[in-house]
Design a protein around this ligand. Structure first.
Ligand SMILES: [Zn+2]
Ligand SMILES: [Zn+2]
Length: 336
């Protein structure tokens, strides 16, 4: 999907109409996957899938990191047969390093060295300092703390559990030599599964009691940065990363497990950059950041899911970013 720089666009209708709401908005209306739009348009479906992976995408980057993790930075399955401190610590440190590489790298790029200025940035309000709303009174420190202390711990716990289950034969293994087509298909299907699973979990997290004790922590971030993506309450991490338990039923290779968890954790950072992507010479070269989810952080009661499986469209909570859609959203909100 190509997006045009939209600086200077007139502000969308809002409860505060005089304030410019967005510094940058992608090409609108936001479009959802053509997979679920009838009649099927095969060329559009092919374009959507190929465009989501190639020539460069967060998916390909996470796949590359998963391959490096499995081949060079992973304990042997033999060691995973019994829960022991050393191999679990190895996975923890590697996951921590990966999160610093991706979230930390993007934070340095966008917010410390400001290599892109405000080009492609959705909301130019600064990340918050000196607010009691955040742990340590600082949004970045708060986000880093919850991402690392809770996020990486739960991520590592699930990964270790699955490695132990595969090593002992409690969960079945899928091997490249036995079924190469399904081996590849599992990678391709994961983004659609993520969109489906994330919607269900996220909708549940907006159930008021659960929102109050858990999800409100993620929503401290009305504006977001790369460290905000995985900044969640431990209950939310347990629910969100519980996605990988599907592999007790759906056979997978350890590489799929690693990719599955890295997809959920590392793309949490890349979808919360606060920017639409990496721009070079005025053109977006790598899509990072999702305006539809930025709308969720700003307005809460819209866009609970992703664009791959369009639940929001089906259940009437989709905000496509346009002024018309925003007016409809405000009307809906009055009736809540
Ligand atoms: Zn939410
Ligand atoms: Zn979020």
């Amino acid at each position: 999907m190509t997006e045009a720089v939209n600086k200077g666009a007139s502000p969308a209708a809002s409860s505060r109409p005089k304030r410019k709401q967005w510094n940058y908005r992608p090409e609108l209306p936001l479009s959802v996957s053509p997979l679920f739009t009838l009649p099927w348009r095969p060329m559009e479906i092919i374009k959507w899938i190929v465009g989501a992976w190639f020539p460069i995408s967060e998916r390909l980057i996470v796949l590359a990191l998963s391959l490096i993790s499995w081949f060079f930075l992973h304990p042997s399955l033999e060691r995973c047969k019994n829960f022991e401190f050393d191999w679990i610590a190895q996975i923890f440190l590697r996951n921590l390093g990966l999160l610093f590489l991706v979230a930390g790298g993007l934070h340095l790029y966008y917010y410390v060295f400001r290599l892109q200025g405000d080009e492609g940035r959705h909301d130019t309000r600064p990340l918050v300092k000196n607010s009691r709303q955040f742990t340590f009174n600082n949004q970045i420190h708060d986000n880093m703390f919850w991402s690392c202390a809770s996020g990486v711990t739960v991520w590592t716990a699930y990964e270790s559990l699955m490695m132990w289950a595969i090593a002992n034969g409690y969960a079945s293994t899928l091997n490249w030599s036995e079924n190469p087509i399904w081996f590849v298909m599992l990678f391709l299907l994961l983004p659609a599964w993520e969109s489906f699973y994330f919607y269900l979990v996220h909708r549940f997290l907006h159930w008021p009691p659960l929102y109050k004790i858990a999800h409100a922590l993620h929503h401290r971030n009305n504006n977001v940065g790369p460290w905000s993506g995985l900044s969640m309450h431990p209950i939310e991490h347990i629910l969100y990363l519980g996605t990988v338990l599907i592999h007790w039923v759906v056979a997978a290779h350890p590489l799929h497990i690693i990719f599955h968890l890295q997809y959920f954790t590392l793309t949490a950072a890349t979808t919360h950059t606060g920017y639409s992507g990496i721009f070079i010479n005025g053109k977006k070269r790598l899509a990072l950041g999702t305006f539809h989810h930025q709308l969720h952080h700003r307005f809460y009661e819209c866009n609970y899911g992703g664009l791959e499986v369009p639940f929001d469209q089906w259940f009437g909570s989709f905000h496509n970013g346009t002024e018309e859609s925003h007016r409809q959203f405000l009307d809906r909100r009055k009736s809540f």
